[in-house]
Design a protein around this ligand. Structure first.
Ligand code: KG4
Ligand code: ZN
Length: 335
């Protein structure tokens, strides 16, 4: 089976060709240059850029893959969650191409793509836990089987990536800022500033990062002229990683699942990767960190998800844009 994947949920335009679980091509075009001046993604500008680049990205994905348009059996496209204007560009393009080629269009959840992205390159026994940490989402899922997911923890406010990006803006380190904070933190002391580790009353699995952001703002206003930026970065990063690892640890112990995967742009964070490796090693478990190309938004994970669902005769949702689209049932806290 040859699947063309198309993904335009937020600010990355991507197309990929996947044949029998082999990624033949995965082309991603970032829009960081469009949004950097605004310190965040501007939805209308994102949709316009998708529109300008989508045809060229698909042509490149086909050319790199070595297959022809006539070889494609199905088109998988992200239906949500995401920015509606951005999603519509991918969906309309997929529909038009599908009519021309006479193939079906399969609507795929962006979140399902992320949680199954570890399966692109690695084998991991099911069930496993998947920590999805990106600019748009922060949640922990139990992946029981393809198509069977439970949300174990999620943020009540900001995502981890958003917290990194807002902190970077406050520190004058640019957008997106996770990578800059990660780099500077290597020279800083993680215990230099006592940032809070938020807890949500009545739900010890819930995450919250908005108070941490405020704590940084207050610290910078009261710290005098020159707080050591590397120390601030290391301490801020440690607060985020501590919170994420705490929820992973609880989930591993309570659900007795020692297998953990991490996906999403924040999974590039070197401290998070090191701490996750320690945590899993202590429990004799397995850690899967997909290559960064499959962690950040990409169409290979969308095509792979469609393939995995087709093989199991699972239905696909119609190719309609949905801004909010949770994945699986919420699992009540087992505290
Ligand atoms: O998955 P992604 O590329 O896009 C979304 O779907 O949001 O994630 C982007 C996020 C940004 O917030 C960025 O600051 C963060 O990933 N990020 C990092 C690192 N590299 C990227 N955060 C922490 N440490 C990094 N090394
Ligand atoms: Zn994403």
């Amino acid at each position: 089976m040859i699947v063309l994947g198309i993904a335009t949920s937020c600010d990355d335009t991507s197309a990929a060709v996947v044949r029998d679980h082999a990624v033949l091509s995965n082309v991603v075009s970032s829009q960081d240059d469009v949004h950097a001046a605004y310190g965040g993604v501007v939805p209308e500008l994102a949709a316009r850029r998708h529109l300008e680049s989508i045809q060229a990205i698909i042509s490149k994905a086909i050319a790199v893959s070595g297959v022809g348009y006539s070889d494609i059996d199905a088109i998988a496209v992200t239906r949500g969650p995401g920015l509606v204007g951005s999603l519509l560009v991918g969906l309309a393009t997929a529909e038009g191409l599908a009519i021309r080629l006479g193939v079906p269009v399969l609507g795929v959840s962006h979140l399902e793509g992320h949680v199954l992205s570890p399966l692109i390159q690695s084998e991991i026994e099911m069930p496993f836990l998947c920590l999805l940490v990106s600019g748009g989402h922060t949640a922990l899922y139990r992946v029981q089987e393809v198509g069977e997911y439970a949300e174990i923890a999620s943020t009540r406010d900001d995502s981890a990536g958003e917290a990194f990006d807002k902190a970077s803006k406050m520190l004058g380190l640019g957008y997106p800022g996770g990578r800059a904070i990660d780099a500077l933190a290597k020279q800083g002391r993680s215990n230099a500033v006592a940032f809070p580790r938020a807890r949500v009353r009545g739900d010890d699995m819930a995450l919250s990062f908005s108070g941490l952001k405020t704590a940084l703002w207050d610290y910078l206003r009261s710290a005098g002229e020159t707080p050591a930026v590397a120390d601030v970065c290391a301490s801020f990063q440690e607060a985020i990683v501590d919170a994420l690892m705490d929820r992973c640890l609880r989930a591993m112990d309570r659900l007795d699942i020692p297998r953990l995967a991490i996906a999403g742009g924040v999974s590039a964070n070197s401290r998070l990767r090191a701490r996750a490796a320690e945590l899993v090693a202590e429990r004799g478990g397995t850690l899967v960190l997909p290559a960064l190309a499959y962690c950040t938004d990409n169409a290979a994970m969308i095509a792979t998800t469609a393939e995995l669902r087709c093989e199991r005769n699972l239905t696909h949702q119609p190719p309609v844009a949905i801004a909010r689209l949770p994945l699986g049932q919420r699992l009540a806290s087992t505290a």
